[in-house]
Design a protein around this ligand. Structure first.
Ligand SMILES: Nc1nc2c(ncn2[C@@H]2O[C@H](COP(=O)(O)OP(=O)(O)OP(=O)(O)O)[C@@H](O)[C@H]2O)c(=O)[nH]1
Ligand SMILES: [Zn+2]
Length: 224
């Protein structure tokens, strides 16, 4: 059960305000869990409270992909696309979790990038560092869904493990919405490895598109 009253997993809303964006105005709510200093963010569009089948993106922080326009991954375009999709539907939430580098942190991710520059793929680079393939957890995401009073969700992701994790934490996941964005040559191998070694549901034809498309503004995470 998510957010039991007395086991230390209580989620607290620290601050909230409207946030106008290119995709429309979201309410940004900053959360943290008891005993965890990380500030997670819920970007809420419309009124999801008491709604069924709310579109929800559970997004893990990627400073390089979101702030620095890195071409090594699809995170920036996925975040952008999820915000666009939620706004298009009129109701939905983007949950932004502060677990950089699949939970190993920024310095370790950059160490992993250095190993990738020598030929390791994204999975083996973590292993060479003695770190798990994926160190993320989703208790905060599940607790935010419950806090927002959402009855059930459609999860925007290609990662079946994320669907399983949210379901195990008590969130009713009614459907999965693919998060497919065009990527350039740099991220092509990253997506191939996610598909082949991490079991992400990424069709082959989305693996590579010209850079001019990857840099475009139409890279949404719609049901394509
Ligand atoms: N350790 C590590 N983390 C990475 C690497 N590239 C991106 N990331 C992190 O991976 C996280 C995103 O996870 P992904 O595996 O791309 O995708 P996902 O969230 O599991 O699946 P989707 O919901 O379909 O996006 C972010 O926290 C990124 O910072 C990498 O090469 N190594
Ligand atoms: Zn990324």
């Amino acid at each position: 059960m998510v957010q039991p009253p007395d086991d230390g997993l209580r989620m607290v809303a620290l601050a909230r305000a409207d946030l106008p964006t290119e995709h429309g105005t979201f309410e940004a709510i900053v959360f943290s869990m008891a005993g965890d200093p990380r500030e997670h963010v819920a970007l809420v569009f419309g009124k999801p409270e008491a709604q069924e089948r709310v579109a929800v993106r559970v997004h893990s922080e990627c400073l390089t992909g979101e702030a620095f326009a890195s071409l090594k991954c699809d995170c920036g375009a996925q975040l952008d696309g999820a915000m666009r999709e939620v706004a298009r539907r009129g109701v939905g939430v983007v949950l932004y979790l502060r677990q950089e580098g699949r939970g190993i942190g920024l310095a370790n991710k950059i160490r992993a990038y250095a190993l990738q520059a020598q030929g390791a793929d994204t999975v083996d680079a973590n292993r060479l560092l003695g770190l798990p393939d994926d160190a993320r957890t989703y208790e905060a995401a599940a607790a935010m869904v419950e806090f927002l009073g959402i009855r059930s969700i459609e999860l925007i992701t290609n990662n079946p493990a994320k669907v399983d994790a949210m379901s195990t934490l008590g969130v009713r996941v009614e459907a999965r919405i693919p998060s497919l964005v065009p990527v350039g040559e740099h991220a092509r191998r990253y997506l191939e490895v996610k598909r082949d070694r991490m079991h992400h549901l990424i069709p082959e034809q989305r693996q590579a598109v010209p850079q001019s498309v990857a840099h475009g503004t139409n890279s949404g995470s719609s049901k394509r």
